[in-house]
Design a protein around this ligand. Structure first.
Ligand SMILES: Nc1nc2c(ncn2[C@@H]2O[C@H](COP(=O)(O)OP(=O)(O)OP(=O)(O)O)[C@@H](O)[C@H]2O)c(=O)[nH]1
Ligand SMILES: [Mg+2]
Ligand SMILES: [Zn+2]
Length: 306
């Protein structure tokens, strides 16, 4: 816990609602190590945890800094997932393309990220100093910024650069999600200008929490689904299917369509809280859509091979 007199570990009173990094709390006047009240949150960053339930990652966040490195980590599909996550909780976000010294195709990377996220994309390299000042300017005083992104993309390295001191431990890059994470807890740092920066351990960009949120990252597919003649169209052989037509006419990017299907399938298999029947219906619907997607894929392969 950060206080005007320094950081220390505090205990939560038994009646206190769950507290996450970024929360503002009151302390017991007679026991300054006891948190007794949590202030109302202005925002909460929620993601789907691996077990399928919602997990609050940070509270009172003003802007998310979605970090993706310019080397092997760069992945447009993953950016689409991050976009869904930040938009569904209505938190502003900027993409930080880290380790910009590690690519020869920086402008292409920036353009690809901007195609998904819009103009809020910055390239940054702590190794060369490129873009660090731009990030510093982005982190305006009194606002809270949270760094998100896979393990090893350089979040803690950037935090240290912004802090001007080596506070956050940094470390190796790893191949996959199961490996060692250098940052093991979430930390809130006060930057010299009075901004707050939350460093996270690497977290995976999981899928959307609901069907409705899927459209956030794929508005063109959402519009097509609306245009299908039948409400329960599986986008396979139905007459008047706008997706089939758009794929055929080359108006829909097949890779985006595949990504949309994949996320939908994930949603359907996720153990959802609440309405079991809605869950079963969603599973059925996405199963049909997915079958159709495979058929479209085979069709594309045939056309490519012929
Ligand atoms: N080439 C290059 N390497 C960098 C840059 N920034 C960070 N690195 C290296 O990338 C590795 C991982 O950096 P970290 O800052 O620990 O990554 P992280 O995102 O905090 O990782 P987790 O805490 O596991 O989530 C370290 O070896 C850094 O030295 C950069 O701008 N350029
Ligand atoms: Mg770290
Ligand atoms: Zn359709």
């Amino acid at each position: 816990m950060a206080t005007p007199v320094g950081d220390f570990a505090a205990l939560a009173a038994p009646w206190l609602e769950p507290v996450v990094v970024g929360d503002r709390v009151d302390l017991e006047p007679n026991d300054p190590l006891l948190m007794v009240r949590r202030h109302a949150r202005t925002s909460a960053l929620v993601r789907r945890d691996p077990a399928g339930g919602p997990q609050t990652v940070a509270a009172n966040v003003d802007r998310a800094l979605v970090c993706m490195s310019c080397d092997g980590d760069f992945n447009v599909r993953r950016l689409e997932r991050w976009l869904i996550i930040v938009r569904e909780v209505q938190i502003d976000a900027t993409v930080l393309l880290t380790k910009s010294d590690r690519t020869d195709a920086l402008s292409a990377r920036v353009a690809e990220a901007a195609a998904v996220f819009g103009p809020d994309v910055l390239a940054v390299s702590v190794a060369t100093g490129h873009g660090v000042d731009a990030v510093r300017e982005l982190c305006v005083p009194e606002r809270t910024f949270v760094m998100l992104g896979s393990s090893g993309v350089g979040k803690s390295t950037l935090a240290n650069a912004l802090l001007g001191v080596e506070v956050a431990p940094t470390g190796g890059v790893r191949e996959d999600d199961r490996g060692r994470h250098t940052t093991t807890g979430r930390h809130l740092y006060a930057l010299p200008n009075g901004a707050f920066l939350i460093d996270n351990p690497g977290i995976r960009a999981v899928g959307p929490l609901s069907d409705a949120d899927l459209g956030i990252a794929y508005p063109e597919i959402d519009a097509l689904v609306e245009a299908c003649r039948y409400r329960d169209c599986a986008h396979e052989t139905e007459p008047g299917c706008a997706i089939v037509a758009a794929l055929r006419d080359g108006e829909l990017d097949p890779q985006r369509y595949d990504a949309w299907c994949r996320l939908g399938r994930e949603l359907a298999y996720e153990a959802r809280r609440g309405d079991r029947r809605a869950e079963a219906e969603a599973r059925q619907r996405w199963k049909r859509v997915h079958k159709a997607q495979r058929a479209h894929g085979r069709q594309r392969d045939r056309e490519r091979d012929s």
